[in-house]
Structure formats: C-alpha cells, structure tokens
Design a protein around this ligand. Structure first.
Ligand SMILES: NC(=O)c1ccc[n+]([C@@H]2O[C@H](COP(=O)([O-])OP(=O)(O)OC[C@H]3O[C@@H](n4cnc5c(N)ncnc54)[C@H](OP(=O)(O)O)[C@@H]3O)[C@@H](O)[C@H]2O)c1
Length: 375
C-alpha cells in the first residue's frame, strides 16, 4: 500500500502543479525502494533529513522513523551528534550518513534512494574560528548557498517531495542579515526546484529552544533582560511539536496540491510583545529582582557585538537583537497555508512552557512544583 502511495503522488499531481514544477518531478517510484530485509519499514518511504540533530530535527525524525519511514541522517561531525535519534525508530530506521556541506557528491550519497528531502539546516549565528577571527559558516553560506545545493541535489535525485525550512521572519529588506538571507534562500530554492514546499516557522518554543530559554539565560547571566526600544515588537510563538507534526504531514502527504510549490507559515494562536514574553518568563522562573533594561538599537548593537564572541555560542548577538526589533507575526492577508490546513491545532505557550522553564527557578524548585501540583 505504501509503495502505491509514492506513485500516486505523481499520478494525481494536477496539471497546473506539473506545469509549475518541471524540475521536482518524481522520476523514480517508491516501488523501486529496496529496503533492507527483516526491518520493519511500514511506510515504504525513505527520507533524508539534513540538520536532523538540531532543535527541530528530533521532532521530525521521531515522527517519521517512529511510524516506519527510513530516515537518512547526514552528519558532519562525530557520532555523538546523531546517536540520540537512533531510538526514534526500529532498528535500521535511522541511518547516519557522513557528509560535508561543501561536497555535493557526499550530499548525493546522502540522498540516494530517498523520496523525500527535508532541509532543516540553519544557523542562528555565524560560526567562526577564534584565531584568526574568521567566519567559518556565514548566514549567506548556510541559508542561501547550502539551501540551493540541497535543492539541486534533491532535483537531481528526482525526489517527490522537497521541504525547505525557512522562517516567518524571512524578508529581503529586513534589518537582520539572518532574515534577509532566509528570504534569499527561499528564492534560490524555488529557482532550482519550483515544486519545493517552503515552511516558515515563527519563533519556536519547546524544551532547549532559543526563545524562552534565551530570556531566562540572559537573566541568569546579566541579572536583567535587555529589551530593545521597550520590547514592543510582537511575536507569535509556535510550539516545536506542532512544527514537527506539520513537517511530518507535509513530508508524507498524498496530496500534491497540498505540497507542491506551497508555502506554509506556522505560528501559534496568540501574539505577544517581547516585554510580555519576558514578564511570563519572570513569573515562571520567579525572578527575584525581576527587571528589564531598556536599551536603544545602538546599545543593542554594541552589547550584541560583545556577547557575540562568547565561547560555546552566544546567548544573543547583534543580529538577534535586530530580529527583536521587528514584528514576527502572521500576515492575516497573506495567501499562505497555515497549521490548520494540516489539521493541526496550534498550542499556546503557557501550559507547555512551564515544563522546562521551571528549571531556572533558584533553589528547591522541585519542591515548589510538587506543592503547586498539590502532590
Ligand atoms: N528554532 C527556531 O526558533 C526557528 C525559527 C524559525 C526558523 N527556524 C529554522 O528552522 C530550521 C531548523 O531550526 P533548528 O532550531 O532545528 O536549528 P538548529 O537547532 O540550529 O539546528 C540546525 C542544524 O543544521 C545543521 N547545520 C547548520 N549549519 C550547517 C552547515 N553549514 N552545514 C551543515 N549543517 C549545518 C546543524 O548541524 P551542526 O550542529 O553540525 O552545525 C544542526 O543539525 C533552521 O533553518 C532555522 O533557521 C528555526
């Protein structure tokens, strides 16, 4: 049944979708897949997930591999990076493949035999060598050049579905270079693979996020949270699990009209200002001297540049402060698809947020929680 599904994606593609997606046409049927014997692949689908061991990757891989889709995990460092994903599915469902983002041949090997390619590779900050202070992976490289390379590889392999994860903040005229390169990345992907599905999440919250945790860590490190221009810019945070479900639904969809050439904008049910988010964080972590410092954009640039060179990655940097100065919410008039088009009900922030934010409370936080739950 699963094998028929792959063929039907092409067979049922509308004429319009076919005409608009000349490159991203499946040239190989899922019936061609030769999955290893004695393994319990149930869907007959093979997916290559680039960036699988990042924050969002584990949600996607656990849903795909958990239901029996074989997940190829390109990795470029050591085995420690991907091994937590191995338990997401039965034996053989999660397969690591070494690759280099600068070597297209290795990316071809990582995508060989795949029906679906998902690109989750992204950088929140530009990585650099300390001596000398040279940028190693720039926003432009990861968000544009690499995004285009993945699309080109996916087209060459004739995959049926390419999912490119961008960002709701993507905007060619944005203050932030990250947001500008996200927009250019979308253009580059669509130029090579017009049938690619572009997914734009808003700020994502979840355990180990770089959203709520950032405020709590800034409070821990600075004793205050700096807010640019009063923290009035608005956000519409989306739950990591909802994004995972959306990516899974798109990657395994039988309906070409829901996937080919579509753009999904994923955001939560409520909008908040940055100041309101900080107030929520302070409430949960019981910040003793709850306080924010209002800083001007110029001061944010200065502080961000200093924090940029912190070892193990900055909590915040100049570019992220720039993102904090711009609204990152859905445009209700935009003709893009949303979570509800995938039958996913957006989760609001407060209930799940408590589960990982309480760790920032100082002293006996576990006893507090038992008391609050009435245990
Ligand atoms: N999390 C959010 O709030 C959010 C919001 C909007 C959009 N997004 C987008 O969603 C996607 C996934 O986000 P995420 O939060 O899961 O990101 P993440 O935690 O930073 O993970 C990114 C993944 O991409 C890999 N990667 C980054 N640069 C690479 C490069 N130059 N070459 C090879 N691999 C590279 C990383 O591998 P290494 O560890 O080897 O570097 C990691 O596995 C990204 O495109 C991000 O921009 C995220």
């Amino acid at each position: 049944m699963a094998a028929v599904r792959g063929a039907s994606v092409v067979a049922r593609a509308s004429a319009a979708a076919r005409a608009s997606t000349p490159h991203l046409m499946q040239t190989r049927s899922r019936t061609d897949l030769t999955l290893p014997k004695l393994r319990s692949a149930k869907t007959g689908i093979r997916a290559t997930v680039f960036g699988a061991y990042g924050f969002l990757g584990k949600y996607v891989v656990s849903l795909l591999a958990g239901e029996g889709t074989q997940c190829m995990i390109p990795f470029r460092g050591d085995d420690m990076e991907w091994r937590h994903l191995r338990v997401c599915g039965d034996y053989g469902m999660v397969t690591p493949v070494p690759f280099s983002p600068r070597d297209e041949d290795s990316m071809m090997r990582a995508t060989e035999g795949s029906d679906v390619v998902i690109n989750l590779m992204g950088k929140d900050w530009e990585t650099m060598h300390y001596v000398p202070l040279l940028t190693n992976c720039s926003f432009d490289f990861t968000n544009v050049e690499l995004a285009e390379r993945v699309a080109r590889v996916a087209v060459k392999q004739g995959v049926s579905t390419l999912v490119h994860v961008s960002a709701l903040a993507a905007d060619k005229h944005a203050l932030s270079e990250w947001a500008r390169t996200k927009a250019l990345g979308e253009e580059a992907v669509r130029a090579v693979a017009p049938g690619a599905t572009i997914v734009r999440p808003a700020d994502v919250f979840g355990p180990r996020d770089r959203f709520l945790n950032t405020y709590a860590r800034l409070y821990g490190q600075l004793g205050r949270v700096p807010l640019v221009d009063g923290g009035n810019a608005r956000v519409q945070p989306v739950y990591a699990r909802d994004v995972g479900h959306a990516l899974h639904a798109i990657a395994t969809s039988n309906d070409p009209d829901a996937v080919l050439g579509q753009t999904y904008e994923l955001a939560g049910p409520e909008t908040y200002t940055h100041r309101e988010i900080v107030e929520y964080v302070f409430e949960v972590i019981r910040a003793v001297e709850a306080g924010v410092i209002n800083i001007t954009p110029a001061m944010a640039d200065m502080l961000g540049s200093v924090m940029r060179v912190m070892p193990f990655g900055p909590v915040i940097d100049k570019d992220k402060f720039q993102r904090w100065q711009t609204d990152n919410v859905l445009d209700e008039m935009a003709a893009t698809k949303r979570l509800h088009d995938l039958n996913i009900e957006a989760t609001s922030l407060e209930a799940p947020g408590f589960n990982w934010m309480h760790q920032y409370r100082t002293g006996s936080h576990w006893l507090d929680i038992k008391e609050e739950r009435g245990e």
